[in-house]
Ligand binder design. Structure first.
Ligand SMILES: NC(=O)c1ccc[n+]([C@@H]2O[C@H](COP(=O)([O-])OP(=O)(O)OC[C@H]3O[C@@H](n4cnc5c(N)ncnc54)[C@H](O)[C@@H]3O)[C@@H](O)[C@H]2O)c1
Length: 265
């Protein structure tokens, strides 16, 4: 029996990138997976690929910033699969801006997607997750995707830093609150360094523009900041999420799983 065999998981922002890799990994390990995203074509494509590989997967369109959509999504998951055991709050965007030039609308846009969604998702899912938590050693699991940018600052990334730092501490507070209430639901954060996805390309292009360097030069500089040599792969993060979703991490709550090739060591 695999480590999350039979569990029911919801992964947000899973049309591509880290969310898609995590959904694939969960399905391979025997979980039933619901993936959500704004990108309907990409989400359907990812869900179809997972089903074609033998997994059990459904796509739902969701804007994670929309408060009203959250209960609808959770109800649909419970109706389709009979409950919910794991939530991965993964959907997120990158934004770089100088503080002097950033508008309040820019700030609110990224905080809504990267930060508000984590609260909305946790609040909407906790009832369903705790209802089945007695079934598993270590109970249910909520996994919030933060970043190394939630551990330390970077110039021209203040809004991204602020959202990812907030996710880190919201995670710890939720972990303690649910433990104190006697819920068997663990809450942990994951902190990737640069992982090769579309977001990483956007980040490299932004820093190249800000620094007045070519994208290739900037890519090389950024790679050199990862002592293990280069960027991570989506599967590196998916494997970390698998651990936190599984019964193997039964005693871990409020922890920060840093997956960064040694960058912050
Ligand atoms: N790739 C990296 O280097 C890296 C490093 C650290 C942390 N992260 C974090 O990992 C998560 C995934 O990043 P990624 O690299 O896979 O990015 P990505 O851009 O490849 O994928 C993000 C997905 O989120 C979806 N999304 C965006 N806004 C949404 C919304 N309002 N509602 C629903 N879905 C929405 C997008 O459509 C997209 O499919 C993000 O939270 C990101 O901040 C990524």
């Amino acid at each position: 029996m695999s480590r999350i065999d039979g569990k029911i998981a919801l992964v947000t922002g899973a049309a591509r990138g880290l969310g898609a890799a995590t959904a694939r990994r969960f399905a391979e390990a025997g979980a039933k997976v619901v993936i959500t995203d704004l990108n309907e074509a990409g989400g359907e494509e990812t869900a179809t690929a997972i089903r074609e590989a033998g997994g059990d997967c459904m796509f739902l369109r969701q804007d994670v910033t929309n408060e009203a959509e959250w209960p609808t999504v959770i109800d649909a998951v419970v109706k389709q699969f009979g409950g919910l055991d794991v939530l991965v709050n993964n959907a997120g965007i990158w934004m770089s801006s100088s503080i002097e030039e950033m508008t309040l609308a820019d700030w609110r846009h990224i905080t809504a997607i990267n930060m508000d969604s984590v609260f909305l998702g946790t609040r909407a899912a906790i009832g369903a997750i705790k209802a089945r938590a007695h079934m598993w050693p270590g109970g249910g699991s909520i996994i919030n995707i933060s970043s190394v940018a939630g551990l330390r600052g970077a110039a021209f990334a203040s809004s991204y830093n602020a959202t990812k730092g907030a996710v880190k501490l919201f995670t710890k507070a939720a972990a303690l609150e649910f433990a104190s209430l006697g819920y068997k639901v663990r809450v942990n954060s994951v902190h990737p360094a640069v992982i090769q996805t579309n977001m990483a390309d956007a980040l490299i292009n932004d820093f190249a523009r800000i620094g007045g360097n070519s994208s290739n030069e900037t890519r090389g500089t950024m790679m050199s900041r990862h002592p293990m040599g280069g960027f991570g792969k989506p599967a590196d993060i998916a494997n970390g999420c698998l651990y936190l979703a599984s019964c193997d991490s039964a005693f871990s709550t409020g922890t920060e799983l840093v997956i960064d090739g040694g960058m912050t060591a």
